[in-house]
Design a protein around this ligand. Sequence first.
Ligand code: SF4
Length: 384
Amino acid sequence: MDFDGLVAQCREILEEHPWQEIQRWKEKTGGKAAGYFPVYSPLELIYGNGMLPVGLMGGGNKTEIERADSYFGSFVCSIVKSTTELALRGELQLLDGIFFHSICDAARNLCYVFKRNFSSDRFIEYIHFPQNPSSPSAVDYLISELKRIRHVLEEANGRRMSEESFKQSIHAYNENRALIQRLYKIKAESPHLLSTAEAYQLIRVGSALPPEEHSSMLRTALEEIPKRRVRPRDKIRVILEGSFCEQPPVELLEALDEAGCYIIDDDLLLGRRWFEREVPLDGDPIRALAESYIDRSRYSSVSHDWRRPRSERLVERARQAQATAVVFCIAKFCEPALLDYPLFKDALEREGIPHVMLEFEEKMWTFDKLRTEIETFAESILFD
Ligand code: SF4
């Protein structure tokens, strides 16, 4: 299959039948499936237990919110409401459990709405990640939390996970992250060969597939990309920041791609490339995961590592990627992203890096206004 066919296949799976893939996997293996809300979730632990990790990324712009509004106040991001709407419609029935994480108040409340309303035939778990990674107790604390989650998974499965299966799972996700990194390398070095919307769909489809199957798709994509005949265009190199949890509509990413920007790095689907290096396979796998989370993970507005301020890391990332500018693409009412925005903005202004901010929500249909805004921004830099 050529590259365009592969991207079209990913889009079709994501838009038309993501649940068919999960149903197919469950029938084939007899295994269970566990959903995970963004941003990072210990997929290695879920998959090592023989369960399929399924990314819950909200309902997108095709889900009409009919009943979920009554469960929350008005000023809540779309992903919280649309995930609830999917559950109310019975569209999450294939999931035998769901994980939420300590990323923000909205996600915590969502977890307890799910516990109260949708836990009769599945487990609903809240994973507490350390709030202070610089504490000498952070690794030990996370080890105990991951052991608790391992126990939840083993109880749900009715059997213990072997160390071999855990390590195989870590290996599969190490490989998967390495392939995703190769896509990002292409985006940074030859951005005309791979648009952000294309890379995004290739990666996002992995939220409904086992890692080996997804990796095989990525390998095909990586073989096909150099064969594409696309000419470089005169565009500015930008970094996208702020879309680590709720995901912008694909049409918005396409509009950004077409509006004079090469997005050479972003934080879309950040949980799928959370670790900067491979999770070591020697030694205790739970400790390896915990240490990777504490010492070798990417920065994000939902984790608070005082050892390296996030604003410094954003500037460093922009410099390393030779980005001309930063585009903040933030979900409406996303508190972690909006609280970080003034700090990021100040740091960029101190360094003389131009930036622009866009707000999005899942139910967006028209992108002309945002596209014009970005075009004007890009032109102001190109013709300065
Ligand atoms: S989009 Fe932002 S506010 Fe909403 S659940 Fe995600 S991190 Fe929390």
